[in-house]
Write a protein that binds this ligand. Sequence first.
Ligand SMILES: [Zn+2]
Length: 172
Amino acid sequence: MAQRNTRPAEERFNDKIDKGPDGKGYGPKGCWKYLGYHDEAGYGRFRVDRYRKVRAHCYSKALQIGRPLKPQEGEQGNHLCNNPWCINPDHIDVGDNDRNQEQKRLQGRAKGGIAVMFKLTPAQITEILTSEVSQRELARRFGVTPQAASLGIQPGMTGREAVERMLEAESK
Ligand SMILES: [Zn+2]
């Protein structure tokens, strides 16, 4: 007969963290992989106890800040690294729904408009919106230079500022 797992949740969770072969995580940012179950959206799921199943990255953040997130007050764990599977608490921002909605709205609009204009993939749009790359770096990587100038995008702007400027120009 299977023994019910009575080990503390935190201990069980720690067993499911994969910090990579050298312990520095994966990718340039050092993302941590979750070894447990992942849902369809790519988020890890962790069973805290018999009654509660939570998203793994939220649980990881909760452990770091020493208290559970409060979704009933609009709190949620937002990935700064944009990897849904990542459970590195340093990559997770406790944000509220409003801010996340704003981010989503911006991404949605960016995907429809400038993505077509500049032939950017959704992944590139996401990268631009979440990184602090300069416009020059952006131009180098995505080749947005010719149109960018006419839209008022200045060298030295962050990718996010550049996207916002493009969206402003687009809505005029
Ligand atoms: Zn990460």
